[in-house]
Design a protein around this ligand. Structure first.
Ligand code: NDP
Length: 500
């Protein structure tokens, strides 16, 4: 290696992708770089493996997925250590991430048959002579492209559900976290050694692009909105369906009747966990005028206590060195335009770390309020009341999650947020609720992972009708007589012609 790279920057050496710790620069992983031919080959092999996997049925897949879940749980410390080394995430945050992912593997395995399996659905009077049957059949091979910020939870949100639905998965991990991705597929292969049902291909963005064009039957993408557009364009060439989990700029609303201590505690965690590198992280707060000052004081007091550093600290390094410039630009812009730093500020960016920063009275059209910052920073702006808070929260093209603290109006406010998810009197809780769907609106994407919707996302609805009796009112045949048609007209008026 001749060039000098910032710690954490992935490099390519002798056909291998080398990932390093953003804190120390120590090597974390060294994985073979895939060519477009390798990607095509991986998808071909996955196609055969997928047929075998689908043939196991729900019971066979459930048994294997639950064994993998047990393996993940037993080796949680080992995986957390790797997540920590490769991405810089504090071990405690890594444990929480992995635990949440394990819960999703468990739920997907246990519920796939109930949600996707063959079942009878009700017939209607108009076609009472037919029975109706529904099932969700696997697509075949699902391509999963993942980001680095939650290298276990995020790809498994797609992969575990796709696998439970009977698909094979070819996974392209982020170039920043390939070793974690490889660990996941290697441990799956320990439990399912027979065929390459879940495999990884490594490399930079071009490998992701090759996966989009490889003939996969569906592509599940998690990453930035800008890359999502490229992925959709590539998938459009072959009409490959896509699921898009993109960025966010989630808001928290603090209503005048909120428990301010609970709100401050949740806000600090929701904004600063994983050094703020969280798609559903709280990046903006709108606090009602009567409670604004007290709330800000409590946030600053709590955020000011957090430690920053490589080992044992609350806040680790920024994983992607290039993101430091974005964070610095957002802080500088907010301050230059009249915002005030009540914690941290202009000197908070000290590579590879960013110290907690709380900005108040930041103009709504500044970058710090409108763009994804992805750092341990937060804007807190005052609003007259909850209505103004909702209007401001909903003013951005993003719409991923959100949070509301309050008593009387909190649930109603949560429903009015233009987002796919919301947490009332907590932050981020919906991500771990495996019974609930996860996904966004607008620039945050479409489609859903997790929950029943997340399982259905990875199955094609297959509808079958079966004749069970002769038709009393023959409609779909050339054998029908004018008298039959007259009876159809009469029946239509009887069944649907009522005013109410
Ligand atoms: P990117 O969009 O930069 O990358 C995401 C993945 O896409 C990476 O594996 C990347 O590979 C790959 N990729 C890059 N270019 C292409 C291409 N042309 N075709 C196909 N794949 C490509 O996002 P980040 O990795 O920086 O992740 C952070 C983003 O992810 C944030 O916006 C965050 O909000 C969002 N996110 C959304 C979540 C959600 O559930 N909605 C959850 C977590 C994060 P490589 O890394 O090699 O460039």
């Amino acid at each position: 290696m001749t060039a000098v790279h910032a710690p954490g920057t992935p490099v390519i050496e002798d056909g291998r992708l080398v990932s390093t710790s953003p804190a120390t620069g120590a090597e974390a992983g060294r994985l073979p770089l895939a060519t477009p031919t390798d990607v095509a080959r991986a998808v071909d092999r996955a196609r055969g493996a997928g047929q075998w996997w689908a043939g196991l049925g729900f019971a066979g897949r459930r048994e294997r997925l639950l064994r993998w879940r047990s393996l993940l749980a037993r080796r949680i410390e080992e995986l957390a250590a790797l997540v920590h080394t490769e991405g810089g995430k504090p071990v405690a945050d890594a444990v929480v991430e992995i635990l949440t992912a394990i819960e999703h593997v468990d739920w997907a395995a246990r519920n796939a048959r109930r949600v996707l399996g063959p079942r009878r659905v009700r017939s209607r009077l108009i076609l009472a002579e037919f029975s109706a049957h529904l099932e969700y059949q696997p697509y075949g091979v699902v391509g999963v492209i993942g980001p680095w910020n939650y290298p276990v939870f995020t790809p498994l949100g797609s992969a575990a559900y796709a696998l439970a639905a009977g698909n094979a998965v070819v996974f392209k991990p982020s170039e920043y976290t390939p070793a974690v991705g490889q660990w996941l597929v290697d441990t799956f292969a320990e439990v399912v050694p027979e065929h390459p049902v879940f495999t990884a291909v490594h490399g930079l963005g071009d490998v992701g692009a090759a996966l989009c064009r490889s003939g996969v039957d569906k592509l599940a993408f998690t990453g930035s909105t800008a890359t999502a557009k490229k992925v959709m364009a590539a998938c459009a060439e072959s009409l490959t369906p896509v699921l898009v989990e993109a960025g966010g700029k989630d808001a928290m609303i603090v209503d005048s009747d909120a428990d301010l201590d609970a709100a401050a505690e949740a806000c600090v965690w929701g904004a600063l966990t994983n050094a703020g590198q969280t798609c559903i992280g709280i990046e903006r707060v709108y606090a009602a005028e009567p409670v604004f000052d007290a709330f800000v004081g409590k946030v600053v007091e709590r955020a000011g206590r957090l430690t920053v550093g490589a080992e044992g600290a609350d806040i680790g390094p920024i994983t992607m060195p290039g993101q430091l410039d974005v964070i610095r630009r957002h802080i500088d812009d907010a301050l230059a335009r009249g915002g005030r730093a009540v914690l941290g500020g202009a000197d908070a960016v000290r590579p590879p770390y960013v110290h907690p920063t709380v900005l108040v009275d930041v103009p709504e059209d500044s970058d710090a309020v409108r763009e994804e910052t992805f750092g341990p920073t937060l804007t807190v702006n005052r609003v007259r009341d909850a209505d103004e808070a909702v209007a401001r929260a909903n003013a951005l093209p993003y719409g991923l999650g959100g949070s509301v603290f309050g008593r009387r109006r909190a649930m109603a406010i949560a429903r009015r947020l233009r987002s796919g998810m919301a947490a009332v009197n907590s932050t981020l809780a919906f991500a771990g609720m495996s019974t609930l769907p996860f996904g966004g609106v607008g620039d945050s994407g479409f489609g859903r992972i997790h929950g029943e919707d997340g399982l259905r996302e990875f199955g094609r609805a297959k509808a079958v009708t079966r004749r069970r009796a002769r038709s009393l009112l023959p409609a779909m045949t050339f054998e029908r007589t004018p008298a039959d048609v007259a009876r159809l007209v009469k029946a239509t008026k009887l069944m649907y012609g009522r005013r109410r």
